[in-house]
Design a protein around this ligand. Structure first.
Ligand SMILES: Nc1ncnc2c1ncn2[C@@H]1O[C@H](COP(=O)(O)OP(=O)(O)OP(=O)(O)O)[C@@H](O)[C@H]1O
Ligand SMILES: [Mg+2]
Length: 605
């Protein structure tokens, strides 16, 4: 271990260290070169004997003693000067990046850290392992909102703190390859955030339905069955995304819709014959205004206008639009939009349910999107992000909202041609202006290289976990502004739970390990329990019931539905092999279930 614990008589590993030896070992090297941001230290590596006192190794902090201050440096490169001799002392060169300086407090107060360097090391200055008190000073954050989230990687006895307010207010990102613990880190951060700011509301866009189980008693779930987002709350472009199933829309049909929807809104308000007027006459109401209207009125107005057409040429456009609308209204997947029989102005109730106002002790909403068609996800995310911003804006800071986007590269892709423009705009608006109104963004992604760079650049605190991909590492490297960029060279070799935290939320760039979380708070535990319980022999899998679920998009059927017990197939159980599933499988072969495959490989029927 590389930290000097003056109060302890033992080094880690149980070796008893004599005071004199410890003092000798603490003096490790001398500065032989220094520029504005880096220094080189010459030291000796005394073969195997020096192991117990810690060796020079990359990723560790050292301090360089000057008269009044101690310059803190991060070791980023170590090599032997010449060739290695087994039995002799070897001269080594240690390259460090200077990250700031520590001064002793007045009248016995603890030391404090400053990121700026006033006194640079002189040639010959003594460099040694950093003292634990100095290391604590480096990561010390003043203020009441300091929250412990784990320990430093370089010394597990030092707690890793973040400023919760600065982390939330200026948006944060968690990036890392699959399985390194991003979602678990998010669960930890959210638990701490709710404890620190009980008034905070959180909406999680949850593409794998894994977060609900991580917040027992604190979260409500929404899915396409329980969501109630009436069609009239959609803007025209969001509505069109649903109606056209994410495909290129027909401009003439959109023009008609832009005209007809305001007329239907006016009808709903009792405007009567206004349905035949043009939208310009309907004062102040546009296709985007969130006021109720009935789909029945839209269809009727379409019929009326079709009847009034002078030329028959325009009719096919009307007819195609009408058919499209009817198909969407009938589609069970869009029940949350068109399902309610009574159209009423229930926007307050709908928003209150989604954004937990009042929260009734459950400030988190998990919006479960697994199995939802992508065009629905696109437009619903757009509506939700837009509402989140407007709610924070118009509440004058009374409502604070965190929108957490898992797999954020899916709806904010770097490639401007992919994704859904309104979702991208709504999220970009939160990223750019949300902080002023109390609307915050949390971004989680495995592929920072595929995420819209403007969104990532707005995230002032980044928790970078292990990243294998070179391109992803480069993105993160370009995001780090301070002098400790070299700590990112560890990105490819970090362990599970480990992260490099940098930005506004931490005092200095910090390599840390998130706390071990209780299994009940680890996202996706429910899914894992179900799949890990019994490995199923392939002969026992009831493909028919799986297909049935695929067909109806119902993932909540109980685990037993998946497996037909061995008894059903076992000749010993009934003598005859029963195959109830085969008959049910039949129609699927004939039915054209998969009609189209999108560019991104997702299916929609
Ligand atoms: N802080 C932690 N405490 C306890 N276990 C953890 C912690 N972090 C990660 N793990 C373990 O690692 C596993 C994977 O973590 P997690 O699901 O958070 O990874 P992920 O990065 O979100 O992966 P994916 O990209 O696939 O979503 C967890 O199921 C858990 O067992
Ligand atoms: Mg995850």
């Amino acid at each position: 271990m590389f930290v000097d614990r003056e109060s302890e008589g033992r080094e880690p590993g149980g070796h008893i260290v004599r005071d004199a030896a410890q003092e000798a070992a603490r003096i490790l090297g001398y500065v032989i070169q220094c520029d504005g941001s880096r220094a080189t230290i010459a030291a000796t590596s005394a073969g195997g004997h020096s192991l117990e006192n810690g060796q020079w190794s990359v990723g560790k902090f050292i301090s360089i003693s000057l008269n009044e201050t101690r310059t803190v440096g991060l070791v980023h490169d170590v090599h032997v000067d010449g060739s290695w001799h087994e039995e002799a002392d070897n001269r080594i060169l240690v390259h460090v990046e200077l990250i700031g300086e520590v001064r002793d407090g007045k009248n016995g107060a603890p030391p404090f850290f400053d990121r700026g360097i006033a006194d640079y090391p002189y040639i010959g200055a003594v460099a040694h392992r950093i003292r634990q008190r100095d290391l604590e000073a480096v990561y010390q954050l003043g203020g009441e909102d300091t929250v412990a989230i784990g320990t430093l990687s370089q010394d597990e006895k030092v707690t890793a703190h973040i400023s919760m307010n600065r982390t939330l207010d200026r948006h944060f990102a968690v990036v890392g390859s699959t399985g390194v613990g991003k979602s678990t880190a998010v669960s930890l951060l959210l638990h701490k955030a709710i404890a620190a700011r009980p008034e905070l509301r959180v909406l999680i866009l949850d593409p794998h339905n894994e977060f609900a189980s991580a917040f027992p008693g604190l979260a409500v779930t929404l899915d396409s069955d329980t969501l109630d987002l009436p069609h009239w709350m959609f803007r025209l472009e969001e509505f069109v995304e649903v109606v056209y199933r994410g495909r290129e829309a027909v401009p003439e049909e959109i023009d008609i819709l832009r005209d007809v929807i305001p007329a239907a809104k006016n009808d709903y308000r009792g405007g009567g014959a206004a349905s035949l007027r043009r939208s310009g006459d309907v004062m102040g109401i546009t296709a985007d205004t969130p006021v109720p209207y009935r789909m029945a009125d839209v269809l009727r107005i379409l019929d009326d206008r079709m009847g009034l057409l002078e030329s028959k040429d325009a009719r096919p456009v009307y007819r195609a639009l009408r058919q499209r609308l009817e198909a969407a209204i009938r589609d069970p997947r869009f029940r949350f939009m068109f399902g309610s029989r009574i159209i009423e102005d229930n926007i307050t109730a709908a928003i209150g349910r989604i954004f937990r106002v009042p929260s009734h002790g459950k400030p988190i909403t998990c919006f479960q999107m697994a199995g939802m068609p992508s065009e629905v996800v696109n437009s619903v995310c757009s509506v939700l992000a837009r509402l989140a911003f407007d709610l924070a804006l118009w509440s004058n800071g009374q409502i604070e909202l965190l929108l957490l986007c898992e797999e954020a590269h899916r709806y904010m892709p770097a490639d401007q041609r992919l994704g859904f423009a309104p979702t991208r705009h709504a999220l970009a608006r939160i990223a750019k202006e949300g902080r002023k109104y109390g609307c915050f963004l949390g971004v989680v992604t495995q592929r920072p290289g595929e995420l819209d760079p403007t969104i990532l650049s707005q995230c002032s605190t980044v928790f970078a976990m292990r990243l294998a991909n070179e391109q992803d590492q480069a993105i993160i490297r370009s995001a780090i502004s301070d002098s400790s960029a070299s700590s990112l060279s560890f990105l490819s070799s970090m362990g599970q739970r480990e992260a490099i935290a940098f930005g506004d939320g931490v005092a200095a760039t910090m390599r840390m390990k998130f706390e071990l979380l209780d299994p009940s708070q680890i996202p996706g535990a429910a899914v894992r329990d179900r799949t890990a319980s019994t490995p199923v022999a392939s002969g026992d899998i009831d493909l028919a019931s799986i297909v049935e679920r695929m067909r109806h998009g119902n993932r909540d059927m109980s685990g037993e539905d998946l497996i037909i017990g061995a008894a059903a197939f076992s000749p010993a159980a009934g003598g005859v092999e029963q195959r109830p599933s085969v008959a049910r499988l039949g129609p699927i072969v004939e039915e054209p279930v998969m009609r189209e495959r999108r560019q991104d490989g997702r299916l929609f029927g």
